[in-house]
Design a protein around this ligand. Structure first.
Ligand code: FE2
Length: 283
């Protein structure tokens, strides 16, 4: 039997983010609520479901309301009891002993895949008392606020994405040979993509993974990407998520950049489950 749920949705900012209350994802969700949540996700790009306390397997079931699970690249972070779910933690270190803060610096997830994940979900297990916000930039808004001359210039360009761009200022953890062989060397994606559900255009860039732009000199490509990122990250395009215990946050990688903040007391453990959903080939 499906539980009756008094589900309320509230916008979190003018352009990005919607909060869901009154849903218990440990229980079956009926078709009407499921389609309402999916629509809210497409329209608002960040879906925040409050007050959830899900085991890894419950999280897996909940996330399947929105699509199929995308296998993540670096299996080092997968949960032994539920390998499709990975963790994000501030307790991991690079081999040289420095602390690894996953996701610092604006990016979109796994854009080096031929069909990158449409969404990433984080579920808070342990949060610091304060700080550790996740920042988002709405790339629909960023595209729509470009001068028409710049829109014309970038429409039709394609960028090359790799696991780790040599231009990236943030270094990822090295992949094991087995993990590395499972992902493509490089893929080309449009620099402006159209959202398959809403038809809106968005700038699709990723400073961690873009190596260059097809047919463009490297210095021109880097200057253009810097200019677009500078434009995109203006405060009027941003939604900043302040985490509450029990939050389940799902964001749309097709039209957002996101970044983590390591601005909190590192003696406190910050630990979240992470899971992704399959997406289309960008077009
Ligand atoms: Fe990320």
């Amino acid at each position: 039997m499906t539980a009756a749920m008094d589900c309320t949705l509230t916008k979190l900012s003018e352009h990005t983010g919607i909060e869901v209350r009154g849903v218990d994802l440990t229980r079956p969700v009926d078709a009407a609520i499921r389609s309402r949540l999916n629509r809210a996700f497409s329209e608002h790009s960040v879906l925040v479901v409050r007050d959830q306390h899900l085991s890894p397997h419950q999280l897996l079931d909940a996330v399947r309301l929105f699509g199929e699970i995308f296998p993540q690249q670096d299996k080092k972070f997968s949960l032994p009891e539920c390998p499709l779910i990975h963790y994000v933690s501030n307790q991991d270190r690079y081999p040289d002993g420095t602390r690894y803060i996953p996701g610092a610096g604006y990016h979109t997830d796994h854009s080096n895949a031929a069909a990158p994940p449409k969404a990433t979900v984080l579920h808070a297990v342990n949060l610091p008392d304060r700080g550790g916000d996740t920042q988002y930039v709405n790339m629909h808004r960023a595209y729509e606020n470009l001068p028409a001359s710049m829109q014309l210039r970038i429409d039709g360009l394609r960028a090359m994405h790799v696991y780790q761009s040599r231009h990236s200022t943030r270094k990822l953890m090295a992949l094991s040979e087995e993990n590395r062989q499972a992902i493509p060397d490089a893929v080309l994606h449009p620099l402006v993509r159209t959202h398959p559900e809403t038809g809106r255009k968005a700038i699709y860039l990723n400073p961690i993974r873009i190596e260059g732009i097809e047919g463009m000199a490297e210095s021109d490509a880097l200057a253009l990407l810097d200019e677009l990122l500078e434009h995109a990250r203006q405060p009027q395009h941003e939604y900043r998520h302040r985490w509450l215990p029990g939050d389940l946050v799902m964001w749309d990688n097709r039209c957002l950049l996101h970044k983590a903040n390591g601005d909190y007391d590192m003696k406190q453990v910050r630990y979240l489950y992470r899971i992704m959903l399959k997406g289309d080939v960008p077009a």
